[in-house]
Write a protein that binds this ligand. Structure first.
Ligand SMILES: Cc1cc2nc3c(=O)[nH]c(=O)nc-3n(C[C@H](O)[C@H](O)[C@H](O)COP(=O)(O)O)c2cc1C
Length: 209
């Protein structure tokens, strides 16, 4: 059976554009792959805690001295297992202040784990989650694909680095841009992104049987 993990991170509830697109992908995938196990992890609605001096030793070194540390390690282990099991990862990523939401960064802080999702060797770092596909839906008020604001895009390079560090380098970014450039521009951006999502998840995907 294929496993599909959808991580949402918008803080905007039902009005979220990125969530609308991840849901569209989930709906198509549920019909296309009725046997697939689709897991929804919404860190926008139900945030993963930020790291603290108690959770870092637990997550990074297995040193558990507090209840918070024990809970953080259990959550991190669960999130890593969820990610490791996924053949396809879909991330809903709004742009907040030129980067990803802190809720999504906190999720990455819990899944980038030495020896579990990456490792260092004499030849440098190596990602351990090879063979997965990822689709990242980026919702932005402005335009960053081209023009003067392109240098302000600290979202896509960061997401590409974090995924690539874990060995996930088959990543397709769907940009939903110009959402604040008026209703026509927003409608066109969302319609274009819906088509892109259909094109990505509609055809036969090479997922684990
Ligand atoms: C806290 C916050 C910060 C934002 N910062 C940016 C930004 O730096 N650049 C941008 O283009 N849009 C920015 N936006 C607009 C969002 O990217 C846009 O509304 C997008 O649709 C959010 O995704 P969502 O609809 O899934 O919530 C920001 C929105 C919020 C709520």
């Amino acid at each position: 059976m294929s496993n599909i993990l959808i991580v949402d991170s918008a803080a905007t509830g039902e009005s979220s554009v990125s969530r609308r697109l991840t849901r569209a992908a989930a709906d198509i995938l549920a019909v296309r792959y009725p046997e697939a196990n689709i897991v929804l992890r919404d860190v926008g609605a139900d945030p993963v805690p930020h790291l603290t001096e108690r959770s870092v030793p637990a997550i990074r070194a297995g040193i558990v001295e507090t209840e918070e540390g024990r809970e953080a390690l259990a959550l991190s282990d669960a999130l890593v297992e969820e990610l490791k099991a996924a053949d396809l990862l879909i991330i809903g990523a709004p742009m907040y202040n030129f980067g990803m939401p802190s809720t999504l960064k906190a999720w990455f802080d819990h899944v980038l784990r030495a020896r579990l999702t990456f490792q260092y060797s004499e030849s440098g770092p190596e990602g351990l989650l090879k063979g997965k596909k990822a689709i990242v839906i980026e919702a932005r008020a402005g335009l960053y694909s081209e023009g003067p604001a392109a240098v302000m895009d600290h979202q896509e390079p960061h997401l590409r680095t974090l995924l690539g560090f874990m060995g996930i380098d088959d990543v397709t970014f769907v940009r939903v841009e110009k959402l604040a450039f008026g209703p026509e521009a927003a409608d066109a951006a969302i319609a274009g992104a819906l088509l892109a999502v259909e094109g990505l998840v509609g055809p036969e995907l090479d997922l684990a049987a």
